[in-house]
Design a protein around this ligand. Structure first.
Ligand SMILES: Nc1nc2c(ncn2[C@@H]2O[C@H](COP(=O)(O)OP(=O)(O)O)[C@@H](O)[C@H]2O)c(=O)[nH]1
Ligand SMILES: [Mg+2]
Length: 316
């Protein structure tokens, strides 16, 4: 069956901002359905207008609360907001966390807000790719601001946030041991740092520690990442956060390093897609999937090494 006419009407509906079409398109990229590649090719020329904001941080840091209030802030300015929550631990789309469900109920009633949870399906991975594709679909649908919420733990999530136009790292007072983890990975990717739960004790100490850390690391683009203190449930600091995001957007668009970053993101997207494609192609047939299971058993029981297992899969 020819899927092109289907796609073109779907594209038209996405371009017109039809939320049901948007939801269907995102399901297609999540499921890696046969016509997803054709769809994304048509989506591409419609993208590049919205601002993509990545928000990351430890579980419980207040990311969802911040997204909630930030989205409200943008809605008051008349902007449409798309939200993509990446939760690799949740096998359900819809999000299993109570706070997220409440958020979905309040914001979700607003037709100017689109909320979607992404979760890994099966063992083929592809979460990073499908998330970035979902962002493109929302961009094509004319959402002015697209916010990605991810837990800053896995490599995939860090990559996804790196693919945003602006990366916001959320911390809380009294980080203690956390600061080590932060140094290790997430620190370099923050364009803006938020100390949320600023109503708690230790906020000044944390700010000083963070300032000290940031002063050690000079960025290539010479941007000095600001620190914004927030109390999300009370909407405190949201205005300042939005202003910092806007300031970075202006800086990013005008600086030379902005072009370099866009190129790095483009390269990452191509590689990610290539990786997904090759894995999918290699494991396409049922016999290959069975073979994977067989090989996994052999490697686990040390009868075989993983390198020759890969050669076996590729060589069929
Ligand atoms: N005291 C205080 N609690 C907060 C603040 N922001 C969020 N919380 C609470 O912290 C918990 C986790 O928030 P949530 O937004 O779900 O965090 P997430 O896991 O990072 O998305 C919830 O109970 C929030 O109500 C804050 O600024 N101050
Ligand atoms: Mg959350």
């Amino acid at each position: 069956m020819d899927s092109a006419p289907n796609n073109s009407s779907l594209i038209d509906r996405i371009a017109a901002g039809d939320t049901r079409a948007v939801a269907r398109a995102i399901s297609k990229v999540e499921d890696f359905s046969a016509d997803a590649a054709a769809l994304m090719k048509q989506i591409f020329p419609l993208t590049g207008r919205g601002l993509v904001i990545g928000i990351t941080g430890a579980p419980g840091a207040g990311k969802s609360s911040l997204v909630d209030k930030l989205a409200l802030h943008y809605r008051r300015a008349g902007e449409r907001v798309g939200i993509v929550a990446v939760d690799p631990s949740s096998p359900f789309s819809g999000g299993a966390i109570l706070g997220d469900r409440i958020r979905m109920q309040t914001l979700g009633l607003d037709p100017g807000v689109f909320i979607r949870s992404m979760a890994t399906r099966g063992n083929l991975g592809g979460l990073a790719r499908s998330t970035v594709d979902a962002v493109s679909i929302l961009d094509a649908a004319g959402y002015h601001k697209i916010i990605i919420e991810t837990v800053g733990v896995g490599q995939d999530e860090v990559e996804v946030v790196k693919a945003a136009d602006v990366c916001v790292v959320v911390l809380v007072p009294g980080m203690g041991d956390d600061i080590q983890a932060i140094k290790a990975g997430i620190m370099e990717i923050g364009d803006i740092f938020v100390i949320n739960k600023a109503d708690r004790e230790g906020v000044n100490t944390t700010e000083k520690e963070l300032e000290a850390l940031l002063s050690l690391a000079m960025r290539d683009d010479l941007w000095e990442s600001p620190i914004v203190k927030t109390v999300a449930p009370e909407s405190k600091g949201i205005q300042e956060l939005a202003a910092a995001i806007e300031k970075y957007r202006e800086f990013h668009l005008t600086s030379k390093s902005g072009a370099g970053r866009r190129r790095a993101i483009a390269r990452w997207r191509i590689l990610e897609l290539l990786r997904d494609r090759l894995v999918a192609q290699t494991l396409e047939s049922e016999s290959a999937s069975e073979k994977l299971e067989l090989l996994a058993g052999e490697v686990a029981s040390r009868r075989r090494d993983p390198y020759s297992a890969v050669e076996e899969l590729l060589g069929k």
